[in-house]
Write a protein that binds this ligand. Structure first.
Ligand code: COA
Length: 170
C-alpha cells in the first residue's frame, strides 16, 4: 500500500471510489450518491487538481488500485486563508483497520504543515461515527461544536460534530 497525491489522470478511479463511499456510507457524507453521480467529469478533476489551487486529494493504492482517499479544501479569502477543511475521507470496506485512514489523514496534515499560511484544519463528522471520530481524535482533532439536525437521512435527522486542530510549523 502506498499513499500518493492524486493527479488529473486518477479522476475516473477517484469518482468511482467516492460514488461507492456515498452509496455504502450514506450517513457519513452530506452529499448523496445520486447527486454526485450527476456531477460532470470537471467536478472530480477540480477536486484533485483545482486550477485555482483550492483543493487537492490523496489516495491510498494497493495492488487492486485506489482503496482510500481524503481531500483538502483551501480558502482564497484573506480572512479565512489560514483554515483548511479535511473532506471526503473514505477507505473501502476491505481495506479498513490497517492504518490506511490514519496514513491518509497524516498525509493531509503534512500537506497543511508544508503551507506556511495554514494554521488550522477543520472537519465535520456525523455524530455516532465512532471509527472516524476516533481516527480524528488520535490525529489531534478536538470537538468544538455540534450542529443539530445537520443532515436528513431515511432514519431521521443526524447531527454533525465539528472538529479542529492547530497546524504547527517546525
Ligand atoms: C473512518 C474510516 C476512514 C477509517 O479508515 P481505516 O483505514 O479503517 O482507519 P485506520 O485503519 O487508520 O483506523 C481504524 C481502526 O483500525 C485500527 N488500526 C489501525 N491500524 C491497524 C492495524 N495495522 N491493525 C489493526 N488495527 C489497526 C485503529 O486503531 C482504528 O481503531 P478504532 O476505530 O478502534 O480507533 C473508514 O472506516 C471509512 O471510510 N468509513 C466510512 C466513511 C466514513 O465514515 N468517512 C469519514 C467521514 S467524516
Amino acid at each position: 500500500m502506498h499513499i500518493a497525491r492524486l493527479q488529473f489522470a486518477d479522476a475516473p478511479q477517484y469518482r468511482a471510489l467516492m460514488l461507492e463511499a456515498y452509496a455504502l456510507a450514506p450517513d457519513a457524507f452530506t452529499s448523496s450518491a445520486e447527486d454526485r453521480a450527476l456531477e460532470p467529469e470537471s467536478f472530480w478533476v477540480k477536486r484533485l487538481s483545482d486550477p485555482a489551487g483550492l483543493s487537492l486529494a490523496f489516495g491510498a493504492f494497493d495492488d487492486q488500485g485506489l482503496v482510500g482517499t481524503v481531500a483538502l479544501k483551501f480558502s482564497d479569502k484573506p480572512k479565512t486563508r489560514h483554515k483548511d477543511s479535511v473532506i471526503g475521507m473514505y477507505v473501502g470496506p476491505g481495506a479498513r483497520g490497517k492504518g490506511i485512514g490514519s496514513a491518509l489523514l497524516g498525509a493531509a496534515i503534512q500537506e497543511a504543515q508544508s503551507r506556511a499560511d495554514v494554521l488550522v484544519l477543520t472537519l465535520t463528522v456525523t455524530e455516532g461515527n465512532t471509527s472516524a471520530t476516533n481516527l480524528y481524535r488520535a490525529a489531534g482533532f478536538e470537538v468544538f461544536g455540534i450542529q443539530p439536525m445537520a443532515i436528513r437521512t431515511p432514519g431521521g435527522f443526524l447531527s454533525k460534530v465539528h472538529m479542529w486542530r492547530r497546524v504547527s510549523h517546525a
